[in-house]
Design a protein around this ligand. Structure first.
Ligand SMILES: Cc1ncc(COP(=O)(O)O)c(C=O)c1O
Length: 387
């Protein structure tokens, strides 16, 4: 099909729930993707923070090739060598208090499971989430997600969800109580504008949860596996979650969600939560090798250094349109004093794919393997489009 026909076919037949840019991407390698006409882009979207190792990484290709010819599907009704290896790998990289993992296929599903597990474990129903928080768009996860545009058309949502202001430790006492099953929070709010949590806020949440017997659910769907300069973003703080939710980077581009927990959740009833595709050997094989590679290559440190370099390079341009450059590692937000959509389009004309995080924030989530020369290219493009 010609590019025009592809765009027409998608516009005619896709759900219509996505904003789309008029570019047909057909190939990727490393930090680069190419459109159907052969135009190259530096990909600072990485599938919205998914392609941690970049595109077409040999670790991913090899694991896929090997496992595709052995066994693709095997529900958790049976045991499987790849799934067992992934469980052991996840156990090795998470805190010692976490040793069980529910495998699903997306971030929203990881949070759905967390909400259900917290309710089952505590016998309580109340869930507390934060303003500007994003946890996915399935009904349970959406009930914890902030924003009327997302929520209103689907009300009534799941009952007993409450919201507290983000980064306001003094404002949590009124909402977290002995009726709270769980508090859901991101360490860096991603969709909400790339806003890192403060140490005081995280400590106050941990304390309130412990005091009231509620579970602290840290949503690391976007921040997990090195993105923020640590393997998990909660490692920037002196807190440990009761439940940790993961997705995006975990399987190097393949769909997977993980709900990680330990004794504070305890034993769950058989059949209380299951998934047909969750934990399939194909994705497990890839995830196990991707996590091993992220750790062995110390990509979190690479992300910390290159993220700092990239943020400083953009700050160093001293552009009057920029209100703030913030973030952690390679999760970077550039807040403008004006709507950012036009700048994102101009960046694309300069060969840089970037994301929005709210109307005025440009979000960069490049692959963790980004190099200094990529950073120069991004900074030069910002210099040009903001002039
Ligand atoms: C922090 C966070 N949680 C949950 C989700 C939902 O993940 P998914 O789109 O895979 O359902 C996202 C997606 O952007 C996210 O950033």
């Amino acid at each position: 099909m010609e590019p025009k026909q592809i765009i027409e076919a998608e516009d005619q037949h896709s759900s219509g729930t996505y904003y789309k840019r008029p570019v047909v991407l057909v190939r990727g390698e490393g930090t680069r993707v190419w459109d159907i006409d052969g135009r190259e882009y530096l990909d600072c979207t990485a599938g919205i923070g998914v392609a941690a190792l970049g595109h077409a990484h040999p670790v991913v290709i090899e694991a896929l090739r090997e496992q595709a010819s052995r066994l693709i599907t095997c529900q958790e009704l049976f045991y499987n060598d790849q799934r067992a290896a992934l469980f052991k790998r996840l156990d090795a990289v998470t805190p010692s208090s976490i040793n069980r993992f529910f495998l699903s296929n997306s971030g929203a599903e990881a949070n759905e499971a967390a909400i259900k597990f917290a309710r089952a474990a505590t016998g309580r129903t109340e869930i507390v989430a934060t303003m500007r928080g994003y946890h996915g768009k399935t009904l349970g996860a959406l009930s914890a997600t902030w924003g009327n545009d997302f929520r209103k058309p689907f009300e009534p949502l799941v009952p007993d969800f409450h919201t507290i202001p983000f980064n306001r430790p003094e404002a949590i006492a009124d909402t977290i109580s002995d009726a709270t099953a769980a508090v859901l929070v991101e360490i860096v709010q991603g969709e909400g504008g790339v806003r890192p949590a403060t140490e005081e806020f995280m400590q106050a949440l941990r304390l309130a949860c412990t005091e009231h017997g509620a579970l602290l659910v840290i949503d690391e769907v976007q921040t997990g596996f090195g993105r923020t300069g640590r393997l998990f973003a909660f490692e920037h703080h002196s807190v440990t979650p009761d439940i940790l939710t993961l997705a995006k980077s975990v399987a190097g581009g393949l769909p997977m969600g993980v709900t990680a927990f330990g004794d504070t959740v305890g034993q769950l009833a058989k059949q209380s939560h299951t998934s047909t595709f969750g934990g399939n050997p194909l994705v497990c094989a890839v995830a196990e090798r991707v996590i091993a590679h992220i750790v062995a290559a110390d990509l979190p440190t690479h992300a910390a250094e290159h993220g700092r370099h990239l943020m400083n390079a953009i700050r160093g341009l001293s552009k009057p349109q920029v209100r703030e450059v913030r973030g952690l590692g390679l999760m970077i937000g550039i807040e403008l004093k004006q709507p950012a959509g036009k700048v994102v389009r101009s960046l694309m004309d300069e060969g840089i794919l970037a994301l929005l995080a709210g109307p005025k924030v440009i979000r960069l989530l490049p692959p963790l393997i980004i190099e200094a020369s990529d950073i120069d290219q991004i900074a030069n493009a910002f210099d040009k489009v903001l002039t």
